[in-house]
Design a binder for this molecule. Sequence first.
Ligand code: GDP
Ligand code: IMO
Ligand code: MG
Length: 434
Amino acid sequence: MPIVVVVGGQWGDEGKGRIVDLLARKAKVVARYSAGNNAGHTIVNDRGEFKLHLVPAGIFYPEKTCVIGNGVAVDPEVLLGEIEGLQAKSIDTSRLVLSDRAQVIMPWHRLLDQLEEARRGDAAIGTTGKGVGPCFTDKVARRGIRVADLLRAEDLVPRMRAALDYQNRVVTCVYDAEPIRFEDCFDTYIEYGKRLAPFVGDVQEIVLDAHRRGEHVLLEGAQGSLLDLDHGTYPFVTSSVPSSSSSGAALGVGIGPTDISRVVGVFKSYSTRVGNGPFPTELFDSVADQLRDHGKEFGRGEYGTTTGRPRRIGWLDAVAARYSVRFNGLAALALTRLDVLDDIATIKICTSYELDGEIIDTLPARESVLNKVRPVYEELPGWQTPTEHVRSFDDLPPQAQAFIKRVEELLGCPVDLISVGPSREQAVIVNPIF
Ligand code: GDP
Ligand code: IMO
Ligand code: MG
């Protein structure tokens, strides 16, 4: 039975949480495989509206196992807070399992994230400041602390002392800041370990067991492929390796790449980006404001789920999207926020870039070049009629159908699902993904 990966195809916030919440209906296991609480996934369903940072979006269905894989960076305070928040709304969290191999975000990671952003000045990445980058840096440098280490003082003491010995040199010598005292954080983290212990388990076994039993498994990506450490707009990317490309999915829950049967890419009907870095189709006009503030009165405008920052807005970039389709090996697209375009008279799609008088149709690797390209647009007539109540492709206005067909052509991938609103039922299923 299929293991399906859901990845963000652009710069994040494409609506992955919303799509996973919909698809999870038919899955037995839903797993987060990468990133940390830099992610913010919004889910609107019959239980209410939720913003999840670490807990997989399958948690709202009874009898689904939700796992946080080894590929995730876990801030225990955030995870425990999220679990308590869900419990307070009567959501059963007893089916949540946390990998003992997941990395832990420690106080020095948050501190280093902020110090390094300040040091970069104008060249700041615009991180979420949650310590995710420094945590993954430590993972690769082999001085990270894992969930398993939190469970026993005999494991945590030496690892924390060694980490602090190194990090305090960095904090004081590189950044000229105050060191962190072991005594100020040890008790807190041992306590977190005790509270997390009931959730800790063997994630790999859970995923593979479900797979062997013929049950559907959904792997929930975080961020977007263009923030990928390898394939994204480096250095303005996130730090997980490779956090959002689908090959990271197998690594992040401990299965083989051949166990994955399908990768679904979630794309917005336009583009957004939070944080700094190249964004060829970025808009600075009233259309940007209109798209950003659609639904703002209900708290649903384009403002970061994790940081509340206004998202940068642009037209759909088919050059970047096609690149993302290719390196993710996408078999299907889920196109979200179609309804946000309902009032737009003329919709643009970037089909290629102009670079020094030449037309190119690939994403340049060099940041300085990517900053220089100018989008070449194709214009399509808008439909200027509401779509939020539409549930079948044939009932979409002809202009909306033409827009979707053009997206399929330009990206070289079928649109199997169209989202016309944030709620679970506001979807047009063209081809069932499971
Ligand atoms: P994620 O990080 O990819 O899960 O996306 P976010 O939750 O950060 O941002 C997506 C936003 O769009 C959330 O506020 C969703 O509730 C909302 N959303 C998702 N799909 C749709 C849709 O089709 N239409 C509208 N209007 N909102 C949507
Ligand atoms: P979801 O899962 C949008 C961006 C940050 C910044 C860059 C690096 O909700 O789509 P980091 O804190 O990861 O070191 O910041 O990556 N970023 C996201 N942007 N959605 C996300 O997650 C993001 N996670 C990180 O804004 O530009
Ligand atoms: Mg988000």
